[in-house]
Design a protein around this ligand. Sequence first.
Ligand SMILES: NC(=O)c1ccc[n+]([C@@H]2O[C@H](COP(=O)([O-])OP(=O)(O)OC[C@H]3O[C@@H](n4cnc5c(N)ncnc54)[C@H](O)[C@@H]3O)[C@@H](O)[C@H]2O)c1
Length: 251
Amino acid sequence: MSGRLDGKRIIITGAADNIGKEAAVQFVREGARVVIGDINTRAGTATQAALGNDAHFIPCDVTSEDSVRNLIEEGVTWLGGLDALCQNAGLQYSGSVTEFDAERWDAVFAVNSRAHFFGAKYGVPHLRAAGGGSIVNTASLAGLRGGPGMTAYSASKGAVIAFTVALATEVAPDKIRVNSICPGWVDTAFNQPAIDFMGGRAAQEEVVKAIVPLQRQGTPADIAPMFVYLCSDESTYMTAQAITIDGGVYN
Ligand SMILES: NC(=O)c1ccc[n+]([C@@H]2O[C@H](COP(=O)([O-])OP(=O)(O)OC[C@H]3O[C@@H](n4cnc5c(N)ncnc54)[C@H](O)[C@@H]3O)[C@@H](O)[C@H]2O)c1
């Protein structure tokens, strides 16, 4: 049986669980081999075990340039090359701007924005060597449309969207495509800081009902197929886009 990603060699960060894990599961199902980089060694090892021989976990802290360089170099050695790099690791802190502090601001930017620069810096030469490929950056609806308590997170994801466009123009002559995925509310524990800021789960669900035309939060399975599409040859004329998957909020 042939898959949509047969023979593709993919590195994905932040794939120990939830959205990234579901993307990795679908990559393998579609015929790719996958390297997972994540700071959560326990969950990352479990995900590798669940995926079998076509997946390999490498512990990685994306806030460290050395760690990202190691992920790419060790990952490319295991894969035998690189066709796609997905930068999905993320961190969320919520809080009103007057109570926020520089330490948390910098921490959010280090994971959500600066890491994408490291990945591109060390990943692009390998994508060039492969004759082209795809970079998929996980941004967020929050990078396009902010909300209360989300200044740092929104700004960091807006930076990813701008970075994606600039990088896409820079590497287009090398047949490397760069796009960002912007999920809306996806029901994972990642959103707990935002839920706490909103006053709890019931308050969050009310907001979701009020602002999401499809009247529900998304699931990792709603988001992962876009990763598959962007890593496949089905999307070879698509670059520099910010793709919202948010139940219709951004319209
Ligand atoms: N859940 C949502 O509603 C939502 C909405 C929009 C965007 N996103 C984005 O989707 C991505 C995945 O989110 P998720 O909901 O699956 O949550 P998640 O917490 O499962 O995913 C984040 C992953 O990043 C990893 N990570 C955090 N810091 C890291 C570091 N320094 N180095 C390496 N890995 C690190 C975590 O261990 C985790 O596996 C994130 O980038 C997030 O910003 C999520």
